[in-house]
Design a protein around this ligand. Structure first.
Ligand code: GLN
Length: 451
């Protein structure tokens, strides 16, 4: 813990933490030492973690990367962070993120950009750490957290992991409790770890998971010992290669990485099969209807009365308007407008209902594919980390970052990104594995072989 606190002081330029909590960390570390001396040690005893600032932490500023939550100190602890602390983990601080987890570059945070510790070879340009869990990925890559929590609504664990050479897993929807996590799109949101290795992810995921009566969508299922699944043996594993993921404009480099990953799995005894997920091309538009729709509803609670910021006005309505105008950033406002539009009478059938139907078809594509294969291999992202001014000004260009990841959230399946090599500029690239619902064990085992 002390070593990490010292490293955090040296790497403030990355802007990975919104709030550092050294007093809490040292207190937790002391308590941990005592437990260890008493012969008791949890799965994460003494491990210093960064917590994405979307998780409510009791008495500690929780911002969701937004101005509208100014001064919000929750009176309760999220189930996931509670589980982590019960397993012995130590909290170093709260990590920066895109505002309300909306974004793929960490640029929408009210608290400013996070800088990726990686640079292109011979080029000092600052690059994005991915998003929305950009503080988490940068902190793990820069060794200012041993591991971190993330959340993934449409790729926000896997894409930042890929862009920083770290491992990130989004478990099956329902594996981790969403209680106490600031809601973005409730039917898609899942918590998961970002860590330095597949093994670290397995240990941390085990501690985060479990049924919680306070989240009705959390599943009442035993949590396996994920670490035990890491046998290194994937003989006979059937790996699907979906032909629809060879998208327009995908670089040669990403294509080659994907082929190489498939060959590695084959060399370890896996069997490759080409598969088809025919509705893939509708996934992005479907996601960018469903996620904003749910967000517009979830964000209605920020009204200047119950949480954070309040800008006084001459009437209640004016206070609402002024508070929301000042408190939300541009991307969040864009999502609220899209969301209320697609849910409005007259457009609901054309957009939201249609998106729900396509979502069902996307899930059916996966269910059919998993009759023939055990895991599916794809690239994690269409590109390596990019500069802060690249993809600027065109929100659709940014949405395209999520082309390989959103299908997994729409289908509620587990997905993992593992570092799989460097591009020509020396930047990390990731490969994604997608698994059957609640089969994180096979996913982690196969991922470790790629690592
Ligand atoms: N980049 C996606 C979005 O902006 C995903 C975000 C997420 O997973 N939280 O919605």
């Amino acid at each position: 813990t002390e070593a990490h606190l010292a490293a955090m002081a040296k790497h403030k330029n990355l802007n990975a933490y919104i709030t550092e909590t050294p007093e809490i960390a040292l207190k937790q570390a002391d308590a941990s030492d005592q437990r260890r001396a008493g012969g008791k040690a949890g799965a994460l005893e003494g491990i210093p973690l960064g917590i994405k600032d979307l998780f409510c932490t009791e008495g500690v500023l929780t911002t969701a990367g937004s101005h509208i939550l100014d001064g919000f100190r929750p009176t309760y602890e999220s189930t996931v962070t509670r589980n982590l602390f019960d397993a012995g983990a130590v909290m170093l601080g709260k990590l920066n993120l895109d505002e309300f987890a909306m974004g793929s570059s960490n640029k929408t945070s009210y608290y400013g950009n996070v800088i990726n510790p990686w640079k292109r070879r011979g080029d000092e340009t600052d690059l994005v750490p991915g998003g929305s869990s950009g503080g988490s990925s940068a902190a793990v890559a820069a060794r200012i957290a041993m591991a971190a929590t993330g959340t993934d609504t449409g790729g926000s664990i896997r894409q930042p992991a890929a862009l920083t050479g770290t491992v990130g897993i989004k478990p099956t929807y329902g594996r981790c409790s969403r209680w106490g996590i600031v809601a973005f799109a409730s039917s898609l949101d899942q918590a998961g770890p970002i860590a330095r290795s597949v093994e670290d992810c397995a240990i941390m995921l085990g501690a985060m998971s479990g049924h919680d009566p306070k989240d009705s969508t959390s599943v009442e299922m035993p949590v396996p010992d994920f670490r035990k699944a890491l046998t290194g043996d994937i003989r006979g594993l059937k790996v699907g290669i979906p032909k629809e993921y060879r998208v327009d404009g995908m670089s040669q480099e990403i294509d080659a990485l994907w082929a190489r990953g498939a060959e590695w799995l084959k060399a370890q005894g896996a069997e490759l099969r080409e598969i088809s997920l025919p509705h893939t091309k509708y996934a992005l538009p479907t996601y960018y209807i469903i996620a904003p729709a749910e967000a517009s509803s979830n964000l209605a609670r920020y009204d200047g009365v119950r949480f954070g910021l309040r800008v006084p006005g001459n009437s209640l309505d004016e206070m609402y308007e002024l508070t929301r105008a000042a408190g939300f950033g541009k991307e969040v406002k864009r999502r609220i407008m899209i969301g209320t539009y697609v849910l409005s009478a007259g457009y609901y059938d054309a957009y939201y209902l249609q998106a729900q139907r396509i979502r069902a078809l996307i899930l059916r594509d996966f269910t059919d594919a998993f009759k023939d294969v055990d895991v599916i291999l794809t690239p994690s992202t269409p590109s390596a980390a990019f500069g802060f001014n690249e993809n600027e000004g065109d929100p659709v260009q940014m949405y395209l970052q999520d082309v390989f990841t959103v299908t997994v959230n729409l289908a509620g399946l587990p997905g993992i990104s593992v570092p799989a090599g460097l591009d020509a500029n020396g930047l990390p690239l990731g490969l994604q594995l997608i698994g059957r619902a609640f089969d994180e064990e096979t996913l982690l085992r196969s991922a470790q072989v790629l690592e």
